[in-house]
Design a protein around this ligand. Sequence first.
Ligand code: ADP
Length: 256
Amino acid sequence: GVSGRIGYRNNGDEISRLSSLFNEMMDELERSFNRQRQFIEDASHEFRTPIAIIEGHLKLLNRWGKNDPAVQEESIAAAIEEIVRLRKLSDQLLDLSEETQYPNQTDSEPIDPERIAIELIRNYRMLYPQFTIEAKLTKGLHINVDGHHLHQLLIILLDNAIRYSAKNHYVKISILDVGEHVQLSVEDKGIGIDKKDIPFVFDRFFRVDKGRGRNEGGSGLGLSIAKRLTEKYGGEIRVESNVGLGTKVTLVFPLL
Ligand code: ADP
């Protein structure tokens, strides 16, 4: 870790104040180093599994694939799936680091979130015909969020709503005018999130159920990216959920 603290006797003089300030700064620096190290460890861990799976399948193909079409088919499909996962993961990591590096670039044109929602709903209905995708959208509200970022935010919420709703194929998206704010929410009737897990869903790489989350294609990064993006525009993100009943994620932005 970061070593070196100043030992001092607190006499309330200038030297003790400076020493105490120095020690506090070193503590903060150490916490920040630890967070970085944890982040790198977590990220490497997320990369390691897909890479190992791809390696395994390529070895299988190399050994048996030439004469066995079944091995070819299965191994190629599995490798492609893992490569898609790696691509998403690296995109998401890039998003996170861009948000960290440029936290306050919010000089965007006001947009009407309804336009973006309409387009997304059309695409999701096409992609997931088995889902009932309900919409309750208020038109003509304007918020100060970059259109590309709002698109990205809604995709994170919609993908989760769909991913964690294996049984009850229902998603509702709404845009409401609430006083000085616009509320955008995505609601599902899926598996829900346990009360004890809700505080952690915005942590990087957090998944309620490590194994299952991975099978659903999750990396545990979506909501941490969503939180950063939302807060960048002065907004707030909230999660309400009940196990077995469903989840509602709400974004609140100042109305222009
Ligand atoms: P992931 O990519 O794993 O979905 P997120 O950061 O988007 O990562 O979400 C963190 C975790 O919160 C998920 O792994 C999942 O366990 C839980 N979660 C998120 N959205 C929902 C939802 N709509 N329904 C149930 N669980 C959810």
